[in-house]
Design a protein around this ligand. Structure first.
Ligand SMILES: Cc1ncc(COP(=O)(O)O)c(C=O)c1O
Length: 490
């Protein structure tokens, strides 16, 4: 590592219609300089932002750095990334062998399950530690082991048929979606569904439209494929369809065909807001008019605590140009790594061709196929009771402890409350202080592709026990008030 000040970065160019696109060239630049991973000034004009966002300053929270903090690390210099085979002269030169994409990406966060999350108050994690209900799942596992020997073998890439049938039955009953086997692929969770869709549709520099803010995993997935991310704001009625129309027209005028519109229709991550039926309908109309696809992410459908269910975009569109992503992570358990995607059959065959995995969690799929019809409904009822109470505890605590000028959403379901602080407060700076005091949250900037949201933060009310929510929010409120005082002094 004799040249610490130099780093590989991707060169950018501006296309004739003003689109910022990465070139096929990697260039050396200066690590500390502004030009690292940033397109030249003034090149973000026509259709949005850099496909390689700078996620802000790296931060390390002692040795017990929490999961969330690790996501802030920007790409390491290639010399560092490539030293993982040791310094021996015989080591392969990874800077020659690695793909440009692999070199450019920041390190993936490491989720250390041995770490005792019970020692801190986490408003980052999604699911209550009590899910899945261990005893019932274990009983189903035992039965599956004895009665379904196929569960121990490789499976179909499109997914275990028994699980597909169980999921289709649930969708018909709950989501009022009438789809057939040819419309479904089973995946290792919503994350893999999104990756497969991007794999099938997006090449480096292609444009995708997404809610802004949106789910951190989607921000990362778009970045990983080098998508040009066009953000559409979310207001109290959900995805802002007037802004969506403006962006679609702008792209069309620039000669750009967006590959998809990604929206989280219910209890959006991170805002907690659901998009109204009128807007869902409008999204369908706009997608049709502009010849693009919709990817509707409905990860939180089952977790509604009040209000009436809204028809999914997929149902309104009758599946014509909409893909629909669901997951068992928020109900049965994230460790199951089981989700699904509905799409037109022609797309499902392409996604299945891209998915080389010997079947997704075949044993788990057999277990889920048995467990879902018998236990899901009762389990979800329990989850709703627990989460509704935790949401209410959190909302009351926010009233008590947040500084004046702070606003937050009041979700009817899902996991998240989205907090907006006065603009002088930087939640990325607040996080280390919160960690020191045993509390963690997700800073808002992680939920945007362009570094906005520094005065915002996401709080998950699902994981922390009722009695710790109050003290966690009190600590965050104290830190925010301290930041405001500090900002007032300058
Ligand atoms: C909106 C949204 N979509 C999809 C997922 C993916 O979850 P999984 O890959 O566990 O199914 C999550 C998880 O946090 C999410 O919040």
């Amino acid at each position: 590592m004799g040249r610490p000040s130099r780093i590989l970065h991707r060169a950018f160019r501006t296309t004739p219609n003003g689109v910022v696109a990465p070139t096929n060239r990697l260039a050396f630049g200066h690590r500390a300089g502004e030009q690292h991973r940033q397109p030249a000034h003034g090149t973000q004009r026509a259709v949005g932002r850099s496909p390689l966002p700078d996620h802000g300053p790296p931060y390390q929270c002692r040795s017990d750095r929490p999961f969330v903090v690790a996501t802030f690390r920007t790409a390491r210099p290639v010399e560092e990334s490539c030293s993982c085979f040791g310094p021996s002269a015989a080591s392969p030169n990874l800077s020659v062998l690695l793909s440009r994409r692999a070199i450019d990406l920041p390190d993936a966060p490491r989720l250390d399950n041995t770490e005792d999350v019970a020692t801190r108050i986490s408003f980052v994690y999604g699911l209550t530690p009590d899910s899945p209900p261990a005893v019932r799942v274990a009983m189903t596992c035992r039965r599956t082991r004895h009665e379904r020997p196929l569960g121990a073998r490789y499976g179909d890439s499109a997914g275990y048929r028994g699980l597909i049938e169980a999921l289709l039955a649930k969708l018909r009953l709950d989501e009022v979606i009438d789809a057939g086997r040819e419309n479904m692929i089973v995946t290792a969770g919503g994350s893999q569904s999104l990756q497969l869709v991007l794999d099938a549709l997006v090449v480096w520099g292609d444009s995708v439209i997404t809610d802004a803010p949106t789910w951190l995993g989607a921000v990362q997935a778009f970045r990983n494929v080098g998508a040009n991310v066009v953000g559409v704001p979310v207001d109290e009625h959900g995805t802002d369809t007037s802004a969506l129309e403006r962006e679609l027209v702008r792209l069309r005028d620039a000669g750009v065909q967006p590959k998809l519109i990604y929206v989280i229709s219910n209890f959006q991550n991170p805002s907690g807001i659901s998009t109204t039926v009128e807007r869902r309908q409008r999204i369908v109309e706009l997608a049709r008019e502009h010849g693009t696809l919709i990817l509707e992410d409905d990860a939180y459908f089952d977790l509604r605590y009040e209000g009436a269910s809204l028809p999914p975009i997929y149902a309104l569109d009758e599946g014509a140009s909409t893909m629909y992503l669901g997951t068992l992570s928020k109900t049965m358990g994230a460790g199951m790594r089981l989700g699904w995607l509905l799409a037109p059959p022609a797309l499902i065959t392409r996604l299945t061709a891209l998915k080389i995995d010997g079947g997704t969690n075949v044993f788990g799929a057999h277990v889920a196929a048995e467990w879902l019809p018998e236990h899901l409904e009762a389990h979800v009822r329990q989850l709703r009771t627990v989460y509704r109470r935790r949401r209410d505890v959190m909302l009351a605590a926010l009233e008590r402890h947040m500084p004046p000028g702070t606003t937050w959403t009041r979700p009817e379901g899902g996991f998240f409350v989205w907090v907006t602080l006065p603009p002088s407060v930087d939640t990325t700076r607040m996080l280390p202080q919160a960690c020191e005091r045993g509390v963690e949250f997700l800073p808002g900037a992680t939920c945007y592709s362009d570094g906005r949201g520094r005065d915002q933060l996401r709080l998950s009310f699902s994981f922390a026990a009722d009695d710790t929510i109050e003290s966690g929010i009190r600590i965050i409120g104290e830190i925010a008030k301290g930041e405001l005082l500090e900002a007032g002094r300058h």
